[in-house]
Design a protein around this ligand. Structure first.
Ligand code: PHE
Length: 360
């Protein structure tokens, strides 16, 4: 058994002089790894004579567990030492200022959408959505804009290619959020309703106040006895809260949309002094939205009985609202993705819109 003692001593010596966890691991692999010395010895038990095995096997097993035990003990010592060393050497100056970090900004369109949604939620409107690629039916026909109607030309529509063997009219990128009126009303239990629809719309146009993609907010309220005066009150309430001007004056100007009858465009009283826009005072008027009473044909297209139900709808440009409220001169800059622009016109993430602060 001398060799067992010898082996044990040589491992104990090596383990006690190991200076790091790395050294220790090398020793473990040398003895107990797949091809380690001790592993090989353990393997040899299988080929021993019965008598030899009886005497040697328990000793070898005991040796193996003693060496594992030694390695574990040493591991703890080294780890403790390393922790002590690092707590002595490393230190943290908690009085130092933090590193500068760059905060992201909320895009004005997101901010204004949140503001608008909050105001209309308070008035009992909920949010509805619809697809951006629309069929001809939802974008035009169901809204009382048949194929030969001149209003189709006014929209500068983007058409989506259809298969050459397709007989149906091509799909379009929706030119307004009004198709969501149809999608909502035709659903089971779609009316009565009070909904708003914020979303992207597309028209082939590009200058300081037009971009091929922009954002609209549609509103729709349908019930048994809604009238033009409900529409007027709703829009006055919205505009004075949104622009934070308590006695904002609106002008309803007779207009025409195929899907509303009567129709009105709505202007806000304002003034321009030294190129600065002031809302609520002055002799100028600024157009901000289109609206009207939902046309009976539109209700019929959704299988809603126009003898029983009626209501109002309106549509406005979210981007335009943002430009007016926050004095942003060029619509195109909204979509250029310039971080310097966003840094200037964007909002801090915690600057949550609150109509409470507007009302008080
Ligand atoms: N859809 C119209 C547009 O894009 C706006 C509108 C909506 C007008 C609802 C009246 C009623 O110009």
């Amino acid at each position: 058994m001398d060799d067992i003692n010898e082996i044990e001593n040589s491992y104990r010596n090596a383990i006690s002089s190991a200076a790091s966890l790395g050294d220790l691991e090398k020793i473990r692999v040398k003895g107990l790894g797949k091809k380690g010395e001790l592993t090989e010895l353990m393997k040899s038990i299988g080929s021993m004579e019965e008598a030899e095995r009886r005497s040697k096997a328990p000793k070898l097993n005991a040796l193996k567990s003693r060496i594992i035990g030694e390695i574990e003990k040493k591991k703890e010592l080294i780890t403790e030492d390393e922790i002590k060393k690092s707590t002595n050497e490393e230190w943290l100056d908690i009085s130092r200022p933090t590193r500068p970090s760059q905060n992201g900004k909320i895009h004005p369109i997101s901010q204004v959408t949140d503001e608008v949604v909050e105001i209309f939620s308070d008035l009992g409107f909920s949010i509805a959505e619809g697809p951006q690629v629309e069929s001809d039916w939802y974008n035009f026909d169901a809204l009382n804009i048949p194929p030969e109607h001149p209003a189709r030309q006014e929209f500068d529509t983007f058409y989506v290619n259809s298969n050459s063997d397709s007989e149906s009219p091509p799909h379009v990128l929706r030119t307004h959020t009004s198709p969501v009126q149809i999608r909502h009303m035709e659903k089971k239990g779609g009316v009565p309703c009070r909904i708003i629809v914020p979303g992207k719309v597309f028209r082939s146009d590009y200058d300081q106040t037009h971009t091929p993609m922009f954002n609209q907010l549609e509103g729709l309220a349908i019930d048994e006895d809604l009238t033009m005066s409900h529409l007027k009150w709703t829009l006055e309430e919205f505009c004075s809260k949104f622009f934070e001007v308590p006695d904002l004056e609106l002008r309803f100007r007779a207009s025409h949309f195929p899907f509303t009858e009567p129709s009105a465009e709505v202007d806000i009283r304002c003034s321009w002094e030294d190129n600065i826009l002031k809302l609520g005072q002055g002799d100028s008027w600024l157009e901000i939205l289109g609206s009207g009473m939902v046309h009976p044909k539109v209700l019929s297209a959704c299988n809603v009985d126009p003898n029983y139900f009626q209501g109002f709808a309106f549509g406005m440009g979210i981007d335009r609202l943002a430009m007016l409220k926050y004095g942003i001169p060029d619509l195109r800059s909204f979509f250029e993705g310039d971080v310097r622009w966003l840094d200037h016109y964007g909002f801090d993430p915690l600057d949550k819109p609150s109509i409470r602060s507007i009302l008080s």
